[in-house]
Design a protein around this ligand. Structure first.
Ligand SMILES: [Zn+2]
Length: 142
């Protein structure tokens, strides 16, 4: 994932397109890709639940805060101690994708999931990823 490739409001504002300047997940902070995926209190709840789901107890602590780029967060999370580092990368890909989809659902469909409901979706979706060949995710989540 590349920093600023996603169409966040800060970027849309620069281009003069219509935008929601506030994060739609927490309604409290300016929207940036970094915020949506890693810094938002909504996303943090997802990462906390992910930590127990994937038996990766120091995930949230290792993710840290105040990092400058999405890539720095990404590297910090995927370096969190786990017996299955490659599987963790697959899981992090799925989770950031689902967080981004949740953001879009709120912006474009005006419908929202609680962190608990989104976590259920992520677990369901992980089964689909497993079926379509993300075998590494199967190993870590079984
Ligand atoms: Zn937020």
């Amino acid at each position: 994932m590349v920093e600023n490739r996603l169409w966040t409001s800060d970027r849309l504002a620069v281009r003069g397109l219509s935008h929601q300047p506030t994060c739609q997940l927490c309604k409290g902070m300016p929207e940036t890709t970094r915020h949506i995926l890693f810094e938002c209190r909504y996303s943090k709840r997802i990462w906390q639940q992910t930590a127990s789901w994937l038996f990766c107890p120091s995930l949230v602590q290792d993710m840290g805060s105040g990092r400058e780029t999405v890539l720095q967060y990404w590297n910090a999370i995927t370096s969190s101690p786990t017996a299955h580092p490659f599987q963790l990368k697959t899981a992090v890909t799925l989770i950031t994708w689902e967080l981004w989809k949740e953001r879009n659902t709120r912006v474009f469909n005006n419908s929202a999931s609680t962190p608990l409901a989104l976590m259920q979706k992520i677990k369901e979706e992980s089964k689909n990823w497993i079926l379509t060949g993300a075998k590494k995710l199967a190993e870590i989540t079984s």
